[in-house]
Design a protein around this ligand. Structure first.
Ligand code: HEC
Length: 124
């Protein structure tokens, strides 16, 4: 009987210790692999996409902007035109001829645009 109690106490102790030392194991993808997981859910033209374009493209692609090139992408129809002919995705991912010309946008910004296009490039 005594042995049984010792055994039970031993099992309880090791279980508790194991839980305490490994239970709160913390890691994340970015620390482990250097990969950022981007939030690509619910990307809307009127909110997330126009913000990315405003931050990265309007400087040259909005008619009133300082260094305007005669290629507007400041409204849905124009943007959607470049979605449909494939030029938008091509240029934002083309590291040898990128848009913006200074260099590719962040992976998450590009993934957001890709997700919006995959969902049908809606005027939402
Ligand atoms: C510093 C100015 C500048 C910025 C910022 C810029 N562009 Fe451009 N963009 C140009 C110029 C100049 C051209 C025309 C020459 C060329 O195609 O490389 C162009 C061409 C394009 C074209 C090709 C149009 C065609 O008919 O072939 C697309 C699509 C485009 N830009 C999208 C974008 C997007 C999307 C962004 C933001 C992510 C962006 N650009 C940011 C200057 C810019």
């Amino acid at each position: 009987m005594k042995h049984l109690i010792f055994f039970a106490a031993f099992v309880l102790l090791t279980t508790t210790l194991t839980t305490l030392t490994t239970g709160c194991y913390y890691d994340n993808e970015q620390d482990l692999y250097g990969v950022t997981s981007c939030d690509t859910l619910n990307k809307r033209y009127s909110v997330e996409i126009t913000k990315i374009l405003a931050d990265n493209c309007n400087e040259c692609h909005v008619p009133s902007s300082g260094s305007y090139v005669d290629i507007a992408i400041d409204n849905y129809d124009a943007v959607n035109g470049y979605v449909q002919d494939g030029k938008l995705l091509k240029r934002i991912n083309d590291s040898s001829n990128p848009m913006p010309p200074a260099g590719l946008m962040s992976e998450c910004d590009r993934a957001a645009i890709q997700a919006w296009i995959n969902a049908g490039a809606l005027n939402n």
